[in-house]
Unconditional design. Structure first.
Length: 115
């Protein structure tokens, strides 16, 4: 009796065997990319997932935005914070898609609260 993993692999190979050469190669490339993404996503520790998903402003940023300022200064600060969030998101996507070898932040020590 085949295990679930063996059944899945067998089904993939059977599907690939039915494809022409180039569609087969393209499908393999897509599978490799997807599996690498899933591996990296599932390998993230709690602190890394929190960092990746956190789009809140720091207390210092909130304070800077609440201080009296011109409309131009406020717009400039909002743009600066928005760019920082955008680049954080880009860094994580580059890592998850395999364009970067290292995550934007290292994993904290493994423990009960950081699985």
């Amino acid at each position: 009796m085949m295990s679930k993993n063996e059944s899945v692999l067998s089904a993939i190979i059977k599907h690939l065997d039915g494809l022409d050469r180039q569609p087969c190669i393209d499908t393999i490339d897509d599978l490799i990319h997807r599996l690498q993404f899933e591996r990296r996503w599932r390998s993230l520790r709690k602190n890394q997932r929190q960092h990746m998903l956190d789009e809140s402003l720091s207390d210092a940023a909130k304070e800077a935005l609440s201080r009296p300022q011109t409309e131009e200064e406020r717009d400039e600060r909002i743009s600066m914070y928005a760019r920082a969030m955008y680049f954080r998101r880009c860094a994580w996507m580059e890592y998850l898609h395999g364009e970067s070898d290292n995550p934007p932040i290292e994993a904290a020590e493994k423990g009960e609260d950081n699985e």
